[in-house]
Design a protein around this ligand. Sequence first.
Ligand code: ZN
Length: 305
Amino acid sequence: MYTNSIEMVEVSPRDGLQNEKAMVSTADKLALIDRALAAGVRRIEVASFVNPRAVPQMADAEAVCAGLPIRGDVTYIGLVMNARGADRAIATGRIDQLGAVSVSTDTFAMANQGQTSDGSIEAATGIIHAARANGKLGQVTIAAAFGCPFEGEVPEARVLAMAEKLAAAAPVEIALADTIGVANPAHVSRLVTAVRELVAPIPVRVHFHNTRGTGLANVWAAVEAGARTIDASIGGLGGCPFAPGAAGNVSTEDVVYMLERAGVRTGLDLTALISANHWLAEVMERTLPGMVAKAPAFPKQLQEG
Ligand code: ZN
């Protein structure tokens, strides 16, 4: 199932920042989005439309949307958990794609969005329908698809049953998210293959966190298993406010380095991503987890920008 090109989705403005305690300004979020677009990103999660009391870092979702560059070639994604969030995202007039979330276990679904797992499937179905009814795209992510912070192991049969129900709503894509970074490449290979077979022709996206150092290995396993789209976050920032111990997403520049060196095109400019990492590290006032941006350029002609 090897491919020679992959689509990257940049999630730093949303998943990357939502868990940060220090508030990042709207202007810095827009500057981050500009840097991602300049590096070649064409699909980007820009905000989440959730209760600002639950996720204060996302309270300026509307302001971020109002400042987005008008680009016909870019898909802006807004994360939404319910009908109210869908209404808000649509009302901005700037969100092209609504990203719904269904959670694999009841305990995490309650913590994350105050619903049972089945309730989160119903909510996602409603969001996908609302997107379509308003001329937008609707996609869905199955969160904690590889393990739950509260219930532990998640049966693959549960994830497959969810994928089947969600596919009935005809989303443009179904994603498998390792929200807490517990997946391993063998698990990824099995689950991506099984979900792809079940939901075809709906494409499968993957979302990994590097909590236990398996992030890049999982990306590679997913690519080999036929996933065509990969979420990543500049600098490897990220985490879920409702998942204890959650750590950063796989870093965009690390994924791009690995894939491009392996002959898989991403459409992104590594030099620009490394420069974005260094800029974001200054904004966050700390070194970020991504590794490629800390290493000497390789090969040599790849100069730091
Ligand atoms: Zn995440």
